[in-house]
Structures are given as C-alpha cells and as structure tokens.
Design a protein around this ligand. Sequence first.
Ligand SMILES: NC(=O)C1=CN([C@@H]2O[C@H](COP(=O)(O)OP(=O)(O)OC[C@H]3O[C@@H](n4cnc5c(N)ncnc54)[C@H](OP(=O)(O)O)[C@@H]3O)[C@@H](O)[C@H]2O)C=CC1
Ligand SMILES: Nc1nc(=O)c2c([nH]1)NC[C@@H]1CN(c3ccc(C(=O)N[C@@H](CCC(=O)O)C(=O)O)cc3)C=[N+]21
Length: 283
Amino acid sequence: MSAISLSGKELAASLRARAKEAADALTAAGTPPRLAVVVATDDGSSLWYVRSIAKAAAKSGIVCDVVDLGADATVAEIRRALETLSADDTVHGVILQTPLPEGASAADLAGTIDPAKDVDGANPASLGRLAARLPAFAPATAEAVVALLDHHEVPLPGRHVVVVGRSTVVGVPAAHLLLARDATVSVCHSRTADLPGMTRRADVLVVAAGRAGLVTAGHVAPGTVVVDVGTNPAGDGGLVGDVAPEVSEVAGALTPVPGGVGPVTTALLLGHTVAAAAHLTQR
Ligand SMILES: NC(=O)C1=CN([C@@H]2O[C@H](COP(=O)(O)OP(=O)(O)OC[C@H]3O[C@@H](n4cnc5c(N)ncnc54)[C@H](OP(=O)(O)O)[C@@H]3O)[C@@H](O)[C@H]2O)C=CC1
Ligand SMILES: Nc1nc(=O)c2c([nH]1)NC[C@@H]1CN(c3ccc(C(=O)N[C@@H](CCC(=O)O)C(=O)O)cc3)C=[N+]21
C-alpha cells in the first residue's frame, strides 16, 4: 500500500458547511432552497443515491422533494413532471435520476429542465455551454473530479490526463473541465485499442467506466495520480470502484471508494442548488 489516499470526506464536509450557511441565509430571507429529484426507476443503487441526496439536503437546510413516478412511467409523464417543476417558482434545482425506463432518453428529457435549475448539468444546453467555456452548471460528478484534485493540490496545467469513459454525465464533461484547466486530455472508451497502453501514458488517470476492477496494476505507470469514479455494487452489499486494489502498489495517489469522489459529488449538488436559488431569487 504505497499510494497516498486522496479522501473526499474533508472537502465534502467543508462544501456542505458552505452550502448550509448559504441555505440558512436564503431561508431567513424567506426563500428556502428547494431541490426536486425526479425518479422513474427501481434500480437499487440509483435509489440509494436519491436517499443519500435527501438526507444530505435535509442536514444542509435544503428542502428536497423526491418525485417518484415509478419504474413504469411513460416519457410523457416524465416530461410533464420536468416541465411543471421548471415552471414552479418555489423549486430551484431539478434533477432527473438515471436509469430511465426503456425508450426514454435522459438527454432528450433533460432538455426540458430550465438551465437555471439544471443543477446536475443534464440539459444538453448546459453541456454545450460547458464545452464553449460559458457559465453553466457542470454535472456534479465531473466537477467533483476536478475539485478533489484541486483540494489535494494536484497540478493540472500541461499534464496529460487520461479519462476512461465518455458518458455525458461523467467522462465528457470531466474532459471539458480538465481542458479548461489547461490539461492535455485523452478520452478512452470501450472501443479504445490498447487501453493499458493509453492509461500508462497518463500523469493523472480518471476512471469512470462502471466496471469493477477494470484498471489493474498493468494499466498504471508508477507515480500516477488515479481518480476512481466507479461505484459498483460489491458482493458484500458494499461498494467497489473501477480500479483494482493492487493499483495502490504502483500509483502515487488514489481516491478511495467509498469516501472519494462520491461524497464530493453530493456536496457539490447541494452547492449548485443554493447557487441556483440565490440566482433565481435575484432575477
Ligand atoms: N461517485 C459518483 O458520484 C458517481 C459515480 N458514478 C459511477 O461511475 C461509473 C461510470 O458512470 P457513467 O459514466 O454514468 O457510466 P456509463 O455506463 O454511462 O458509461 C461508461 C463509460 O465507460 C466506458 N467503458 C465501459 N467499459 C469499458 C472498458 N472495458 N474499457 C474502456 N471503457 C469502457 C463506456 O464506453 P462506451 O461509450 O464505448 O460504451 C462508457 O463510455 C459507474 O460506476 C457509476 O456508478 C456515476 C455518477 C456519479
Ligand atoms: N444523473 C445522474 N447523476 C449522478 O450523479 C448519478 C446518477 N445519475 N446515477 C447513479 C450514479 C451513482 N452516484 C453516486 C453518487 C455518490 C455516491 C456516494 O456518495 N457514495 C459513498 C458511499 C456509499 C456506500 O458506502 O454505500 C462514497 O463513495 O463514499 C455514490 C454514487 C451518482 N450517480
């Protein structure tokens, strides 16, 4: 066990404290910040995340409404819920939880979320603005990757960051944020030829593939900083990342799962919600 552990707990706690301060001020001024989470799934890990958002929101003084449409919700029902919440002046943040029922497109549906309330950066317009380096809410997970690297003072300018995964929730927005920080970014995916050859060339390796143990010691050059975004259900009811435990023998530093990117993600989502509430009450 040689790698330094890059915990997210300390950063998450300070982000939650900051969110609570802003939330309490908004509430005192008559506008309690309110987040709505639209759910149309019975996926266990997704529902776990929803419960953890609700709990964290309550502790930070943010009202959280879970709008559960059930796993057999239709596209029209989901769209109507998102439109209603976007038009509701008492709601400041709207997120659409994935996975969705078959035939429903998250990107298409999220296009109906008011960009001012799009606190998980799911509207394609938000992703476009991020790519254009215009102000926008970034997906909380992608932002958490950069925030965690900053917190642990890992320099980014000029460094080669290899991102494994190209989803619009994590890999692609993380790549945009890292480019904006002057990193040189390579994005790998399931059709990448010679993944180990690519990842061994990274100064910083960000793994968001959703495959337990995908990245092994042979994928990592000595001293690399590794960010493990994966949250895969483990056999024992716990959680494991995408990076095999043996990687800690070669990496210079490694984010733990649990206790790494996950808690920072939830804390940033709350921060986005109070920022949205502050902005919406001003306009
Ligand atoms: N900690 C947190 O806060 C969060 C954690 N997560 C976790 O992060 C992981 C990724 O999430 P998400 O991006 O939504 O997942 P997706 O399934 O949407 O995307 C996975 C990406 O990984 C790529 N991939 C899959 N297998 C391989 C492989 N063998 N080699 C190379 N690339 C591969 C896929 O490639 P292709 O495009 O070719 O299919 C795809 O681009 C999951 O474990 C998820 O639970 C997600 C959000 C938040
Ligand atoms: N549109 C969308 N946005 C998401 O951000 C999103 C999603 N869909 N679908 C599901 C995944 C999963 N996800 C997690 C976030 C935090 C933890 C987290 O905080 N986990 C704790 C511990 C959990 C435990 O120990 O069981 C930790 O890592 O320390 C986990 C998982 C967000 N997701």
